[in-house]
Write a protein that binds this ligand. Structure first.
Ligand SMILES: NC(=O)C1=CN([C@@H]2O[C@H](COP(=O)(O)OP(=O)(O)OC[C@H]3O[C@@H](n4cnc5c(N)ncnc54)[C@H](OP(=O)(O)O)[C@@H]3O)[C@@H](O)[C@H]2O)C=CC1
Ligand SMILES: C/C=C/C(C)=O
Length: 362
């Protein structure tokens, strides 16, 4: 019999997650039966979606949602032999018994010199999100200028690299100088630290004086309000995430920092009249986007990666091909690289990256 360690949501997050919101418990697992496998976690992921989805998908006491790369250590299912690696959505637990229905094998012939942890990153859900946001939502074209924020994150770093592979000019924003240097190494054309610039508006304008054709939105809130006036005509905005808003306890009010002159100059604020329940319950205020969208003829579309689930396998192979070209040096100089990871040693350390806001695999 195997005893699994599992992190549960002790109490729902209020504002930024705290250590006391989590509880580590042990669970004795049943012996796997015919058709089942026993998994052992190799890498666990901490992702921003856990913050909003914990509110809507979880009750207190549930095991934290999340994906992991796991190794099959006992198998009564010929599709998943002992020793193979799978991606499982079984949450923050060290071991798990399940049938194969919800398991995704990591790509066959995964190269030895590519870390398996990337199955949760550049060659996993975040990489797919980057690819779909650029190709399906932005429909990005060679020669266009793209802006991406949270650019050094799992999604943003892949967004910028794919856009470079496609022959675009890429501007990225990140919150530390180390991240800025990292993004320059990845080949981004212009990068700045949005926390230290004196004016976000001016920095964005200097980075792309003619404006942005595509905006890959990971952050939301006030950042987004500053970008809107700098979109080019027929621009496309892929609304992937709004991480700056996930921990809000009171609604943000968004006022453009420096009103401009002309038709699009006066930002308005507003409040949703009837708050709803659940994920969309917090009434948010901010400059309305309508005038920008009309007069610049913009397209803005929210999306979830799972919309293109039917393409996942072929898309993962494309991401892997870009990555392999980089490792072997056979591809263009802009071939894909994996974002940096922070490694911790044990399942017991899982809440730490949530508290510090660091992405971690263990
Ligand atoms: N639509 C979809 O299907 C998916 C959406 N997403 C979304 O994509 C976004 C990025 O995810 P991912 O790359 O995995 O995240 P990561 O955890 O890799 O990176 C997140 C980064 O966001 C930045 N950030 C955090 N808080 C703030 C804030 N208050 N204001 C501005 N920036 C902040 C930080 O970078 P810095 O130091 O540079 O500020 C942080 O490192 C998230 O919004 C996520 O919800 C992710 C996957 C799928
Ligand atoms: C699937 C992930 C969704 C977000 C919003 O992170």
């Amino acid at each position: 019999m195997v005893v699994s360690k599992a992190w549960t949501l002790h109490q729902h997050f209020q504002g930024f997650p705290k250590a006391s919101d989590f509880h580590l418990r042990e669970e004795t697992l049943p012996q796997p039966r015919d058709g089942q496998v026993l998994l052992e976690a190799v890498f666990l992921s901490v992702d921003p979606y856990m913050r909003p989805y914990s509110q809507t998908m979880m009750k207190e006491g549930d095991v934290m949602i999340g994906s992991q790369v796991a190794k099959v250590i006992q198998s009564y299912n010929p599709s998943f032999p002992v020793g193979c690696h799978v991606v499982s959505d079984c949450g923050w637990r060290s071991h798990w018994v399940c049938d194969g229905a919800e398991l995704t094998p990591v790509l066959p012939d995964w190269p030895q010199d590519i870390p398996l942890s990337l199955a949760l990153g550049a060659i996993g859900m975040p990489g797919l999100t980057a690819l779909y946001g650029l190709e399906e939502v932005c429909e990005i074209k060679k020669g266009e200028t793209l802006l991406v924020n949270a650019a050094a994150g799992a999604v943003g770093s892949v967004v910028g690299q794919i856009a470079k592979i496609k022959g675009c000019r890429v501007v990225g924003c990140a919150g530390t100088d180390t991240k800025v240097s990292y993004l320059k190494q990845l080949g981004f054309d212009q990068v700045f630290n949005y926390k230290t610039v004196t004016s976000l508006e001016e920095s964005l304008r200097e980075a792309a004086p003619h404006g942005y054709d595509c905006y890959f939105e990971n952050v939301g809130g006030k950042f987004s309000s500053v970008v809107m006036p700098q979109m080019r005509e027929y621009g496309r905005i892929a609304v992937c995430g709004s991480i700056s808003m996930y921990n809000d306890t009171t609604p943000q009010t968004g006022i453009l920092s420096t009103p401009q002159t002309g038709k699009l100059s006066t930002p308005q604020t507003g409040i949703l009249s009837t708050p709803q329940t659940g994920l969309l319950s917090t009434p948010q205020t901010g400059p309305y986007v309508h005038t920008y969208m009309i007069f610049k003829q913009l397209r803005m579309e929210g999306f979830l990666c799972a919309r293109w689930k039917h393409k996942h396998q072929q898309s993962l192979r494309r991401l892997m091909a870009w990555m392999t070209e980089h490792i072997t040096g056979t591809g263009p100089t802009t071939s894909l690289r994996g974002p940096h990871l922070v490694i911790t040693a044990t399942v017991s350390g899982m809440p730490d990256p949530v508290k510090t806001g660091t992405r971690t695999h263990t």
